[in-house]
Structures are given as structure tokens and as C-alpha cells.
Design a protein around this ligand. Sequence first.
Ligand code: UDP
Length: 251
Amino acid sequence: MGSVGAKEVPVLLSPEGLRVDGRRLDELRPLRIQAGPLHQADGSAFVEWGANKVMAAVYGPREVHPRHLQQNNKAVIQCKYNMAAFSVDERKRPGLDRRSQEISKVIAEAFESVVFAEEFPRTSIDIYIEVLQANAGTRCAGLVAASVALADAGIPMVDLLPAVAVGKVAGEIALDLKKEEDNFGEADLPMALVPQSGRLVLLQMEGHMTPEELSKALDLGVVGCKSIYEKMKGALRDRYTVEPSAAAEAA
Ligand code: UDP
């Protein structure tokens, strides 16, 4: 740990170019995705990403609540992102705060650009994201979980939506920030994209970057998203692939 004024800050980048947890700048935290762990939901997914643990459940297409949100030409996509009171070191006040509302909104909007909502007029597709343990990047982990949960629910979409936060730590562009890097780094840039077209459907930024750094960060994020995309597809394959022996037994 180094010290800046009265505040103890960790050494974010070693002389060898390694980060607080030993990762290189272009390395993701370990990511495990399970599709379909919840039986009552129409679709679900559990994501363990570094120290983040996030559950997503999808219901629908179903009746719209509250009713006045109903749209005659398409489904409404509603998202509720919630961080459990026990998900962080300092107890988080339970319930909806401005941050959760903002994250819920940007996630719902990201899915509006990929879900074929017009196939289900006068219905609602409800996405619930529960963060059980948080260590930065939870909106991206939530998006990844929700995306796999939507596919698990059989909701037709253009594509899955991989997401990752890129940032700037100790003057360098780094992939997939963890808590210390988010807290003490210079910038945090969560993004989500449609892999086939490369179209960005979520992009937010806190902090400062030069245009050159921003361009480098976007490139790094795209590479990260491609590798996350493979894991998302893998989770769905694991859930829906029938072993030849099981298929023979069922026949
Ligand atoms: N965090 C916290 N308490 C809060 C909100 C956030 O401890 O009330 C932590 C949590 O670890 C979270 C991180 O700060 O993952 C970064 O939060 P941010 O708002 O940047 O969103 P995220 O990176 O999780 O998408």
C-alpha cells in the first residue's frame, strides 16, 4: 500500500505491469456463467465474475404491471437492478436509490435495442437483477446475466449482449476494473455491445481520458466483450446440449 495524503491507496500497477490482483492490463477476472439455475423464473442465469455474484431472473412476455405502461405495438422491457444490503463491506441501505434506478434504466434501454419486442405487443418482459456480492462492474455482470437469462427464457433477440468495464489505472488503460481500481483509478467506462455488428448499446464514463485513450479503451473493451460472449454462449450450450447417452435413454 502507498499513501497519498491521509488516504491509503493500493499500488495499482507494479513495475512489472501487474495490477492489484496480479492481472495484466488486458486480462479479465475469472468469469463463470450458469444458465437456468432458478426453476420458477421463465429464464435465469447466475454470474460469478471476480468477486461479483449476480443472479438474473426473467419473466415474460406477460401481463404489464403497472397497466398504464402497456404498449399496443410492442412489449415493454422493464428492469429492476438491486444490490443486496449484504453485498458490500459497508452495509448498503436496502431498496431503490438513484444509482439502482439509473442502472435499471440503462440496462432496460440496452435490451430494447436487441429484443424483438414488436413480436409481443401489450406484454411486459421483466428482468430482475440481484447483486449478492459486489466488487465493481456489477452493471456489466448484471447485463451479462440478464442477457443469458433472456435467452434461457426463449425471448427472441438479435444477439446476446456481452458487457465489460474498461478504465484507466495508474495512467494505463485496463480491462475489467475491480473495486480498488474503480475507487482509486482515473476513469471507469462500462460498455455493452452487439457482437455481430459491433454496435454499442451501453456506454457510460466516469473520470477523465484523452480521445486517444478513449479509443484504446473502446478497442480493449471490444476484445474483452468477444471473450465474454464466448462464455455466454458456452453457458447456454451447457444448459441445452443433450448428451448422446441421455438422448438415447429418452428415445
Ligand atoms: N458500491 C458500494 N456501495 C454502493 C454502491 C456501490 O460499495 O452503494 C461499490 C460496489 O462494489 C460496486 C462499486 O462500488 O460494484 C462500483 O459501483 P459503480 O456505481 O461504479 O457500479 P458498478 O461498477 O458496480 O457497475
